[in-house]
Design a protein around this ligand. Structure first.
Ligand SMILES: C[S@@+](CC[C@H](N)C(=O)[O-])C[C@H]1O[C@@H](n2cnc3c(N)ncnc32)[C@H](O)[C@@H]1O
Length: 204
Protein backbone atom coordinates (compact mmCIF):
# COMPACT_ATOMS: atom_id res chain seq x y z
CA UNK A 1 0.00 0.00 0.00
CA UNK A 2 1.24 3.46 -0.85
CA UNK A 3 1.39 5.63 2.31
CA UNK A 4 1.37 8.79 0.16
CA UNK A 5 -1.75 7.82 -1.80
CA UNK A 6 -4.31 5.80 0.14
CA UNK A 7 -7.50 6.92 -1.71
CA UNK A 8 -8.70 5.58 -5.04
CA UNK A 9 -7.62 7.81 -7.92
CA UNK A 10 -10.65 9.92 -8.95
CA UNK A 11 -12.07 10.32 -12.48
CA UNK A 12 -10.50 13.81 -12.64
CA UNK A 13 -7.02 12.21 -12.48
CA UNK A 14 -7.76 10.24 -15.66
CA UNK A 15 -9.58 13.06 -17.45
CA UNK A 16 -6.54 15.26 -16.91
CA UNK A 17 -4.24 12.62 -18.38
CA UNK A 18 -6.49 12.11 -21.42
CA UNK A 19 -6.90 15.87 -21.98
CA UNK A 20 -3.11 16.24 -22.11
CA UNK A 21 -2.56 13.22 -24.35
CA UNK A 22 -5.31 11.15 -26.03
CA UNK A 23 -3.23 7.98 -25.56
CA UNK A 24 -1.21 8.58 -22.37
CA UNK A 25 0.08 4.99 -22.07
CA UNK A 26 0.69 4.61 -25.84
CA UNK A 27 -1.68 1.67 -26.11
CA UNK A 28 -1.98 2.20 -29.85
CA UNK A 29 1.71 2.23 -30.67
CA UNK A 30 3.95 0.54 -28.06
CA UNK A 31 5.21 -2.93 -28.91
CA UNK A 32 5.14 -3.80 -25.21
CA UNK A 33 1.37 -3.14 -25.13
CA UNK A 34 0.79 -5.09 -28.35
CA UNK A 35 2.65 -8.10 -26.93
CA UNK A 36 0.82 -7.84 -23.62
CA UNK A 37 -2.53 -7.63 -25.39
CA UNK A 38 -1.64 -10.73 -27.45
CA UNK A 39 -0.76 -12.59 -24.21
CA UNK A 40 -4.01 -11.38 -22.61
CA UNK A 41 -6.19 -12.67 -25.42
CA UNK A 42 -4.17 -15.90 -25.70
CA UNK A 43 -4.75 -16.55 -21.97
CA UNK A 44 -8.53 -16.89 -22.45
CA UNK A 45 -9.30 -20.60 -22.11
CA UNK A 46 -12.63 -20.47 -23.92
CA UNK A 47 -12.96 -19.76 -27.59
CA UNK A 48 -16.11 -17.69 -27.03
CA UNK A 49 -17.72 -15.84 -24.15
CA UNK A 50 -21.43 -15.13 -24.00
CA UNK A 51 -21.28 -11.99 -21.90
CA UNK A 52 -18.00 -10.30 -21.01
CA UNK A 53 -17.24 -7.28 -18.84
CA UNK A 54 -14.19 -5.05 -19.15
CA UNK A 55 -13.40 -2.68 -16.26
CA UNK A 56 -11.47 0.41 -17.34
CA UNK A 57 -11.61 -0.04 -21.12
CA UNK A 58 -9.86 3.29 -21.77
CA UNK A 59 -9.57 4.20 -25.48
CA UNK A 60 -10.67 0.73 -26.57
CA UNK A 61 -7.51 -0.80 -28.04
CA UNK A 62 -7.82 -3.97 -25.96
CA UNK A 63 -11.62 -3.78 -26.16
CA UNK A 64 -11.46 -4.15 -29.92
CA UNK A 65 -9.29 -7.27 -29.65
CA UNK A 66 -11.32 -8.78 -26.81
CA UNK A 67 -14.68 -8.41 -28.56
CA UNK A 68 -13.56 -10.89 -31.24
CA UNK A 69 -14.04 -13.61 -28.61
CA UNK A 70 -17.33 -12.29 -27.18
CA UNK A 71 -20.98 -12.52 -28.23
CA UNK A 72 -21.47 -9.44 -26.12
CA UNK A 73 -18.99 -7.18 -24.32
CA UNK A 74 -19.72 -4.34 -21.92
CA UNK A 75 -16.77 -1.98 -21.54
CA UNK A 76 -16.88 0.68 -18.84
CA UNK A 77 -14.63 3.53 -17.83
CA UNK A 78 -14.74 6.63 -15.64
CA UNK A 79 -13.45 8.92 -18.37
CA UNK A 80 -15.72 10.25 -21.10
CA UNK A 81 -12.72 11.49 -23.03
CA UNK A 82 -11.24 8.01 -23.21
CA UNK A 83 -14.52 6.26 -23.85
CA UNK A 84 -15.45 8.53 -26.74
CA UNK A 85 -12.32 7.34 -28.52
CA UNK A 86 -13.20 3.73 -27.70
CA UNK A 87 -16.70 4.24 -29.11
CA UNK A 88 -15.25 5.66 -32.30
CA UNK A 89 -12.83 2.76 -32.63
CA UNK A 90 -15.60 0.20 -32.13
CA UNK A 91 -18.47 1.97 -33.88
CA UNK A 92 -18.78 -0.81 -36.48
CA UNK A 93 -19.09 -3.50 -33.77
CA UNK A 94 -22.65 -4.19 -32.66
CA UNK A 95 -21.62 -6.65 -29.90
CA UNK A 96 -19.80 -3.95 -27.87
CA UNK A 97 -21.63 -1.66 -25.47
CA UNK A 98 -20.11 1.21 -23.52
CA UNK A 99 -21.05 2.86 -20.27
CA UNK A 100 -19.51 5.46 -18.00
CA UNK A 101 -19.29 3.78 -14.61
CA UNK A 102 -17.07 3.89 -11.56
CA UNK A 103 -16.40 0.53 -9.93
CA UNK A 104 -17.09 -0.29 -7.10
CA UNK A 105 -19.61 2.55 -6.49
CA UNK A 106 -21.48 1.32 -9.54
CA UNK A 107 -21.66 -2.12 -11.09
CA UNK A 108 -23.82 -3.54 -13.93
CA UNK A 109 -26.93 -5.41 -12.87
CA UNK A 110 -26.16 -8.61 -14.77
CA UNK A 111 -24.06 -11.78 -14.74
CA UNK A 112 -20.92 -12.31 -16.81
CA UNK A 113 -18.94 -15.36 -17.89
CA UNK A 114 -15.78 -13.27 -18.26
CA UNK A 115 -14.49 -10.24 -16.37
CA UNK A 116 -11.30 -8.52 -17.42
CA UNK A 117 -9.39 -6.29 -15.01
CA UNK A 118 -6.42 -5.05 -17.00
CA UNK A 119 -4.23 -2.25 -15.64
CA UNK A 120 -6.92 -0.78 -13.39
CA UNK A 121 -6.80 -2.53 -9.99
CA UNK A 122 -3.90 -0.47 -8.61
CA UNK A 123 -5.95 2.73 -8.95
CA UNK A 124 -8.29 1.49 -6.21
CA UNK A 125 -7.76 2.10 -2.53
CA UNK A 126 -7.47 -1.05 -0.45
CA UNK A 127 -11.09 -0.62 0.62
CA UNK A 128 -12.33 -0.13 -2.94
CA UNK A 129 -10.32 -3.12 -4.12
CA UNK A 130 -12.12 -5.28 -1.53
CA UNK A 131 -15.53 -3.89 -2.55
CA UNK A 132 -14.70 -4.39 -6.22
CA UNK A 133 -13.75 -8.00 -5.55
CA UNK A 134 -17.15 -8.60 -3.96
CA UNK A 135 -18.93 -7.07 -6.97
CA UNK A 136 -16.82 -9.09 -9.40
CA UNK A 137 -17.57 -12.33 -7.52
CA UNK A 138 -21.29 -11.63 -7.21
CA UNK A 139 -21.60 -10.98 -10.95
CA UNK A 140 -19.40 -13.81 -12.24
CA UNK A 141 -21.19 -17.03 -13.17
CA UNK A 142 -19.96 -20.33 -11.69
CA UNK A 143 -17.28 -21.52 -14.13
CA UNK A 144 -16.85 -17.95 -15.40
CA UNK A 145 -13.36 -16.54 -15.85
CA UNK A 146 -11.65 -13.58 -14.24
CA UNK A 147 -8.51 -12.37 -15.98
CA UNK A 148 -6.15 -9.96 -14.19
CA UNK A 149 -3.27 -8.21 -15.95
CA UNK A 150 -1.15 -5.59 -14.17
CA UNK A 151 2.14 -3.82 -14.47
CA UNK A 152 4.30 -4.74 -11.46
CA UNK A 153 6.84 -1.93 -11.18
CA UNK A 154 6.60 1.00 -8.75
CA UNK A 155 4.38 3.99 -9.56
CA UNK A 156 4.44 6.96 -7.19
CA UNK A 157 0.80 8.00 -7.76
CA UNK A 158 -0.84 4.59 -7.43
CA UNK A 159 -2.52 3.50 -4.16
CA UNK A 160 -1.63 -0.19 -4.71
CA UNK A 161 0.95 -2.20 -6.59
CA UNK A 162 0.12 -4.76 -9.26
CA UNK A 163 1.32 -7.52 -6.96
CA UNK A 164 -0.91 -6.34 -4.10
CA UNK A 165 -3.91 -6.47 -6.44
CA UNK A 166 -3.16 -9.98 -7.69
CA UNK A 167 -2.19 -11.32 -4.28
CA UNK A 168 -5.45 -10.13 -2.78
CA UNK A 169 -7.42 -12.15 -5.34
CA UNK A 170 -5.42 -15.23 -4.33
CA UNK A 171 -6.94 -14.80 -0.87
CA UNK A 172 -10.31 -15.71 -2.44
CA UNK A 173 -8.94 -19.08 -3.56
CA UNK A 174 -9.80 -21.90 -3.27
CA UNK A 175 -13.33 -21.29 -1.93
CA UNK A 176 -14.54 -18.57 -4.30
CA UNK A 177 -11.97 -18.59 -7.08
CA UNK A 178 -9.80 -21.30 -8.57
CA UNK A 179 -6.47 -20.19 -9.97
CA UNK A 180 -5.87 -21.71 -13.40
CA UNK A 181 -2.26 -22.64 -13.86
CA UNK A 182 -0.04 -23.90 -16.65
CA UNK A 183 -1.03 -27.53 -16.36
CA UNK A 184 -4.68 -26.73 -17.06
CA UNK A 185 -4.07 -23.96 -19.54
CA UNK A 186 -1.07 -24.79 -21.68
CA UNK A 187 -0.24 -21.25 -22.79
CA UNK A 188 -0.23 -19.94 -19.21
CA UNK A 189 3.23 -21.20 -18.29
CA UNK A 190 4.79 -17.78 -17.93
CA UNK A 191 2.36 -15.70 -15.94
CA UNK A 192 4.94 -13.29 -14.59
CA UNK A 193 6.81 -11.32 -17.20
CA UNK A 194 9.51 -8.74 -16.55
CA UNK A 195 7.09 -5.81 -16.22
CA UNK A 196 3.65 -7.32 -15.79
CA UNK A 197 1.77 -10.16 -14.25
CA UNK A 198 -1.18 -12.10 -15.63
CA UNK A 199 -3.43 -14.33 -13.53
CA UNK A 200 -6.47 -16.26 -14.60
CA UNK A 201 -9.15 -17.46 -12.18
CA UNK A 202 -12.33 -19.48 -12.51
CA UNK A 203 -15.39 -18.77 -10.35
CA UNK A 204 -16.17 -21.71 -8.09
C1 LIG B 1 -4.28 2.23 -17.66
S1 LIG B 1 -5.90 2.30 -18.34
C2 LIG B 1 -6.14 0.60 -18.79
C3 LIG B 1 -6.77 0.39 -20.14
C4 LIG B 1 -6.99 -1.04 -20.59
N1 LIG B 1 -7.75 -1.81 -19.63
C5 LIG B 1 -5.70 -1.73 -20.96
O1 LIG B 1 -5.30 -2.65 -20.26
O2 LIG B 1 -5.09 -1.34 -21.93
C6 LIG B 1 -6.94 2.42 -16.91
C7 LIG B 1 -8.34 2.91 -17.21
O3 LIG B 1 -9.17 2.63 -16.08
C8 LIG B 1 -10.06 3.69 -15.87
N2 LIG B 1 -10.47 3.64 -14.45
C9 LIG B 1 -9.74 4.03 -13.37
N3 LIG B 1 -10.41 3.82 -12.22
C10 LIG B 1 -11.59 3.25 -12.58
C11 LIG B 1 -12.72 2.80 -11.83
N4 LIG B 1 -12.76 2.89 -10.49
N5 LIG B 1 -13.78 2.28 -12.51
C12 LIG B 1 -13.73 2.20 -13.87
N6 LIG B 1 -12.69 2.61 -14.63
C13 LIG B 1 -11.62 3.13 -13.99
C14 LIG B 1 -9.26 4.93 -16.27
O4 LIG B 1 -10.08 6.01 -16.64
C15 LIG B 1 -8.41 4.41 -17.44
O5 LIG B 1 -9.01 4.68 -18.67
Amino acid sequence: MNPLQSDSLPPSYFDKLYSEDPDPWKFETREYEANKYAATIAALPKERYRSAFEIGGSIGVLTQKLQERCDSLLSIDVSNLAQNRAKERCQHLSNVKFQIMRVPEQYPDQMFDLTLVSEVGYYWSWEDLKKSQQCILEHLEPGGHLLLVHWTLYARDYPLSGDEVHNSFFELAPNKLRHLKGQRVQHLKDQRQEEYRLDLFERV
